[in-house]
Design a protein. Sequence first.
Length: 317
Amino acid sequence: MAKGNQKKSNPVNISTLSKKELIEQAKKFSNQYCVGNGDKFRLEEYKTSVNFDLGPEDKPLVKKTLQLGVNALAAMQDILYAQDKWSLLLIFQAMDAAGKDGAIKHVMSGVNPQGCQVFSFKAPSAEDMDHDFMWRCLKHLPERGRIGIFNRSYYEEVLVVRVHEQILEGQKLPKKLVSKNIWKERFKDIRNFEEYLGRNGIIVIKFFLHLSKDEQKKRFIERVDNPDKNWKFSAADARERSHWKEYMNAYEDMIKNTSTEKSPWYVVPADKKSYARIVIVSAILHALDEMDLEYPKASKEKMEELQAVKKALLAEQ
C-alpha cells in the first residue's frame, strides 16, 4: 500500500519527455496515492496536502505540466474511441468543496465530448428508491470506447446513508435485510460488481479527494463572500461539517473494503487544487496505458478499397 508522500513532492517537469517517458512518470507519480489492496488502509497515513509551495516562477511550469497531461489524455482517448473495445469509468467522491467539479473540468478539458460522458448523482428520486441501490448508476455506465465520469456514485450508499441512517430507513428494504452486516454486504456487492465490469472491459478507478476540515472552511467562506460562487453553497453543506469524524470513518472503511488491485482508490491530497489535478490526470494516463491501446488496422480488402477511392478522387477534373 502506497502512502501519501510527505516530503517535497513537486510534479516532474515533463515538458522534455517522450510520450513513453511521460507515461512512466505519470505512473510513478500517481502510484504514491494509489491504495490498491485496501486491507491495511489507514486514512490518517494520507495527507490532505504536500510540501508544494509555489513561487510566481513555478506556476507556469505547473500549468504546463497539467496541460501536457491533458494533451496526452486527449490523444489516448482518441485511440480508445477508435479501438471501441475498452471503456474507463472514473468515480469521484469527496466532502463538499473538495474540488470535484473543477478537477473534472480541467483534467477532461481536451477530451472529445463524443468520447466522454459525465453524470452527477444528487439525492435519489422516488423512481430510484424503487430499485436497488446501484440501479441509478448502472444505467449510465460508459459505452465501449468511452470514458464515463461519475461525480458521486453508488458509493454514497455507504457514505451519506451510513452517516445518516434515517435515509436507510426510507429505502423500502425488507426489515430483515437491514442487518448489522448491511455495510459489509454492500461492500461485497460493490467489489463483485466492479470485478464483473472489469471482466467485461470496463475498467474502474476511483478518486477520493482528501480535503482538510480547515481548507473546507476556507472554501466555504469564499463561496459566501464571492457572488459568483454563492450558488455552490447551502446551509446544508455547512451542517454536514458537524459529522466530519463520522464521514472520515466511513471513507476509511469504504476504501479499506473496496480498493482492489484492479479497481483501486486514489487518495488525492486536495488542499491544493493544481496538485490534485496533476495526480488525477496521471492516474488516468496510467489506467489507459494498461489497456494496450492502438488504432484499428485496416484489412487488405479495406486498403484496396481506399486506394481505389483515392485513385478516383485524383482522376476527377
